[in-house]
Design a protein around this ligand. Sequence first.
Ligand code: PCA
Length: 237
Amino acid sequence: MSKHVLVTGFQPFDDFKVNPSEMLVRGLEGRLISGRLVVGRVLPAESRTLEQRLREILAEEKPEVIIGTGLAAGRPALALERIAINLVDHDRPDAVGTVRRGDPIHRGGPEARLATLPLDAIKAAWDAQAVPGYVSNTAGTYLCNQMLYTALGLVNELTPPPVCGFIHLPALPSQAVELGPERTPSMTVETMKKGLEVAIDVIVPWLEQKPAERLGARRQTAANSMWIPRGLKEVER
Ligand code: PCA
């Protein structure tokens, strides 16, 4: 397996003219962080084609780590997603006009899948390095949740499976000004970039530990602090 870190973002969607995730990906691609090359891909904001695109990207890049990113205007800080649910539900059309209400992402798939990154260690490193961020228990029901759910399924087709997670980004300062700064928190692309660098600096040495130790740390985290949304019966770990 090539030792790349794949960072994905999305093109602008809804009324947004820019997507900070696209700027973040462009700012990180080609960089070497913790000895790993960062490969960037920007996904169209389209629901129906997302799985096929991800499948192609994973086949081409064979990354060791996958970190998806996307805009969630209104989030107060970097939001490290713990869980993706098997649901697409949005009333605004995607880039090709598709609206999906209450659809499963993968019919017959598990109701939820858990991110496989060391969430608590990333959060602790963000705290130590003054990057505002938190672990989030909902990635929403739109394309970002779909990306995380789909990628967590596709990694099982690769050997060894890459680790995978998702970070939601707050609005940019310019977007907060447009949306009403009194109610829209914001973050600069520079701080977002630092957040990704710090996360990769945590993930790479963690990956180099023995698989059993890594798994032990994740299980512990899940048992200590996992919150499963009410009504979910089956969660794939
Ligand atoms: N954010 C949306 C989709 C694309 C993006 O950047 C979301 O949170 O689902």
